[in-house]
Design a protein around this ligand. Structure first.
Ligand code: TYD
Length: 225
């Protein structure tokens, strides 16, 4: 193998310790409830693993710490916290998530796929009356910035209908229609260089193709099947 092709190897094997021991890649799925984040995360993980990447799948609210479970219990109870307090809880669960799962995986050179991250805080807590831009900027100062955020865009009514058919525990605080309209408006107005908008609501395999193309083109992971 010539020096030329060897010099290209780092671009195709993110977890290759010989090349760049500390350069993991953080990829995030964002979108409304029912936009298909969890399905798309699984499909992308499959493709990346088939291409030889070492993938960690994770999600927020982060269940492994103390704050994620508190948030879920609050959401199920239907009792809303004051917006500033709710923001604080989501920031706390992210501190645990980054410290315990995300940062160690990135340091180990893995590809981390997270179902939700700080754009959700900007959009959802922004929909409770806080300033979405201020929230986003504070998160960008404190936490690792993703290589790419795949924002799965879906009409709130369609998303709600899909959540309704899932039959899981309802989370009334976060899933009201007018609230989700405001969340969608926040997602629509936030602009970042690391943000890729993908039209959801199409067959999962079609969406997955667009996701893979965005990852190939914009996250430096060229060997995505
Ligand atoms: P969700 O992804 O719906 O969890 P599940 O897989 O159990 O359905 O997340 C729960 C809710 O939390 C969701 O409606 C969005 C909300 N949320 C915020 O309001 N702010 C945040 O920062 C995050 C991460 C989630």
């Amino acid at each position: 193998m010539g020096a030329r092709s060897r010099s290209r190897a780092p671009r195709t094997r993110v977890g290759d310790a010989r090349v760049n021991p500390r350069a993991g890649t953080l990829l995030v799925f964002e979108g409304l409830d029912g936009s298909g984040k969890t399905t798309q995360r699984a499909l992308l993980a499959q493709r990346l693993r088939a291409a030889g990447h070492d993938v960690l799948e994770t999600a927020e609210p982060y269940d492994g710490g103390t704050w994620g479970p508190k948030i879920r219990a609050m959401a199920r109870s239907g009792a809303a916290l004051p917006p500033e307090e709710e923001l604080r809880w989501f920031m706390e669960q992210r501190r645990e998530h980054v410290r315990e799962r995300i940062a160690p995986a990135l340091t180990a050179g893995r590809v981390v796929l997270s179902d939700r991250y700080f754009l959700s805080t900007a959009a959802y807590q922004g929909a409770r009356g806080l300033d979405a831009e201020v929230i986003l900027a504070a998160n960008e100062r404190e936490f690792p910035i993703p290589a790419l955020v795949l924002l799965l865009e879906i009409d709130p009514a369609a998303g709600l209908a899909r959540v309704g058919t899932r039959g899981g525990a309802a989370e009334p605080v976060f899933e009201k229609r007018d609230f989700l309209e405001r969340v969608a408006a926040n997602f629509a107005k936030l602009e970042r260089p690391y943000l890729a908008r993908i039209r959801a609501g199409r067959p999962a395999e079609v969406v997955a193709g667009d996701v893979a193309a965005a990852v190939r083109a914009r996250a430096g992971l060229h060997s995505v099947a």
